[in-house]
Design a protein around this ligand. Structure first.
Ligand SMILES: CC(C)(COP(=O)(O)OP(=O)(O)OC[C@H]1O[C@@H](n2cnc3c(N)ncnc32)[C@H](O)[C@@H]1OP(=O)(O)O)[C@@H](O)C(=O)NCCC(=O)NCCS
Length: 132
C-alpha cells in the first residue's frame, strides 16, 4: 500500500474529524470550533495519505528543542495495524530532533501500543484533568 507522509500538509478540519471518528479516538469531534482551535494552536501536524485520502494524523505541541507533547494520534480504521501510526511517530521524532522529549497520555486502548514504539512508561507524571 503506497502511503505517503507529510509534516507540511494541512488537511481540512472536516477530513481530520472523519479520521478521528473512524479511528475511535475520543476527542470533541462534535464541536467544530474546539477542533479548529486544537489545530490552529498546534505547531506540528504530521499526516499520512493514501493518494488524496487522509488516513492518519499526529498532532503535537512543541518548542522543537526540548519538549514535545503528542496530543492526538489517530489512524483511519481500515488502515490500522499497517505501520501508519509507527511512521507518524517516526516522522514526528525526526521533526523535533534528538534533544526533544516526546510526551503523551495513552488512551486505555493504546496503553500497550506505545512501549512497542520505544516509549518508556513514567511514574513521575502529573496532570490536572480538564473539566469537560
Ligand atoms: C493506536 C493507533 C494510533 C495505532 O496506529 P496503527 O497504525 O494502527 O499501529 P501500527 O501499525 O503503527 O502498529 C505498530 C505495532 O503496534 C501494534 N498495535 C497497533 N495498535 C495497537 C494497540 N491499540 N495496542 C497494542 N498494540 C497495537 C501493531 O499490531 C504493530 O505491531 P507489530 O509491529 O508487532 O506488527 C491506531 O490504531 C488508532 O488510531 N487507534 C484508535 C485511536 C487511539 O487509540 N489513538 C491513540 C490515542 S492515545
Amino acid at each position: 500500500m503506497g502511503i505517503t507522509y507529510s509534516a507540511e500538509a494541512i488537511p481540512s478540519i472536516g477530513h481530520i474529524i472523519e479520521v478521528y471518528e473512524s479511528s475511535g479516538i475520543n476527542r470533541p469531534t462534535g464541536n467544530l470550533a474546539r477542533m479548529e482551535k486544537m489545530y490552529a494552536n498546534a505547531n506540528l501536524v504530521v499526516t499520512a495519505w493514501h493518494n488524496d485520502l487522509l488516513v492518519g494524523i499526529a498532532r503535537s505541541l512543541t518548542d522543537f528543542c526540548h519538549s514535545c507533547y503528542l496530543a492526538d494520534l489517530a489512524v483511519r480504521k481500515e488502515y490500522q495495524s499497517k505501520g501508519v501510526g509507527k511512521q507518524l511517530i517516526a516522522l514526528t521524532r525526526e521533526q523535533i530532533g534528538h534533544q526533544t522529549s516526546l510526551i503523551l497520555l495513552a488512551a486505555p486502548a493504546a496503553i500497550n501500543y506505545y512501549p512497542k514504539l520505544g516509549f518508556h512508561k513514567i511514574d513521575n507524571g502529573y496532570i490536572i484533568p480538564r473539566e469537560g
